[in-house]
Each structure stands twice: as C-alpha cells, then as structure tokens.
Design a binder for this molecule. Structure first.
Ligand code: ATP
Ligand code: MG
Length: 175
C-alpha cells in the first residue's frame, strides 16, 4: 500500500515520517526527490518557494519506489498516485507557534494558518477521489501521533474519518 502523509507545513509530517522510518517503514520524503534534481522546478518569486508539477513528481516517485508498502511524505503527497491519504492537522494558533519557532516570517505563518483554517489540503485530497483520513496532532506529542498513524495503517478508519477537525471556533475570533 502506498500512503501519502500530507498536511500544512508544520503539522509534523517529517517528524512523524522519521519516527516511522526508524521503526522500519519505507519512507520517501518528497523534498529529497526535488532536491536531488529528479523533477524540474520553478521559483515562485512572490512566495519564495520552489514550484513542482505534481504529475512530473508522481512519475519520478513511481520510478524510484521500492516494491511493497511505502509512505510518501510532503505537502504535495496527496496529489500523487496513492492508496490512502493521511492528513495531519493542527489548530492554527498552535501551528503558528510551531512555525514561529522555525523563524518563519509573520506573512508566511499567516498564509499557512489560513490554509489550515480553510481545509485547503483536505479539499484537494477529497477531490482526488480516493480514501482520506485526518489526524489532529494539536494536543499530541510526536510519539502519540506516530501511534495514531500506525493505528490508521493497521486499518482503523472510523476514528479518523474526515470532518471531525473543525477550526471554526478559532477562526471566528479573527474577525
Ligand atoms: N504531535 C506532533 N507530531 C509531529 N510534530 C509535532 C507534534 N507536536 C509538536 N510537533 C513539532 O512540530 C514541528 C513539526 O515540524 P515538521 O518539520 O515535522 O513539519 P512538516 O509537516 O514536515 O513541515 P514542512 O511541510 O514544512 O516540511 C516539529 O518541531 C515537531 O517537534
Ligand atoms: Mg517536512
């Protein structure tokens, strides 16, 4: 089974991915594939980020994937050919603290808080038409989040069904 572990920046994809790798899962960090020059990139000068074509990334990933189960880690992983999408979620105010501790600019933090609040990745994931679950990491520590992801990988779906994450109480305070 190929699984996408996606989510807004700062929700914990790489942290959880590394822990899963150390417990034996095959984990592919998509940013490594981009960094290795396996796909073409263009610079988004306004946002200061590298843009990648998901179709090209999909081809590059499928040509390098070993056989068997694998977890694809990254905020574009849900746009690739996968059997299951796991979306990591985080309350926007907590996400802001995680991103602030990285030294990110307030503009970039705000952009990501908005994306999280507006369910951007959830909507994109549902549009892919496959199986999607979501995990709220806000009050978990990384090891608890890993245990929850492992529970999902073992077959639990109902507990993590989409729709249970709702940041509207916090978002209403922004107006
Ligand atoms: N439950 C949790 N699960 C994962 N990370 C957590 C959790 N709680 C707090 N954190 C912290 O949040 C941060 C998440 O950063 P990480 O780089 O893993 O995010 P990411 O989703 O990979 O971001 P990016 O899209 O920018 O690569 C880390 O500092 C981690 O320690
Ligand atoms: Mg990461």
């Amino acid at each position: 089974m190929i699984v996408a572990l996606t989510g807004t920046p700062g929700t914990g994809k790489s942290t959880i991915g590394e822990l899963l790798r150390s417990s034996g899962w095959t984990v592919v960090e998509l940013s490594d594939i981009v960094r290795d020059g396996k796909v073409s990139t263009s610079l988004d000068t306004e946002r200061g980020s590298l843009e990648v074509d998901p179709e090209e990334l999909d081809k590059a990933v499928s040509s390098t994937l070993p056989s068997g189960d694998a977890l694809l880690i990254g905020h574009l992983s849900h746009l690739l050919t996968v059997d299951l999408i796991i979306i990591l979620r985080c309350r926007p105010s907590v996400l802001a603290e995680r991103l602030r501790s990285r030294g990110w600019s307030e503009d970039k933090i705000w952009e990501n808080m908005e994306a999280e609040a507006c369910d951007v990745i959830l909507v994109e994931s549902v549009e892919m038409g496959g199986e999607v679950v979501e995990l709220d990491t806000t009050s978990l520590d990384p090891s608890q989040a890993v245990a929850a992801v492992e529970e999902i990988l073992a077959g639990e779906r109902e507990k993590y069904a989409i729709g249970h994450v709702d940041w509207s109480d916090e978002v209403m305070g922004w107006f």
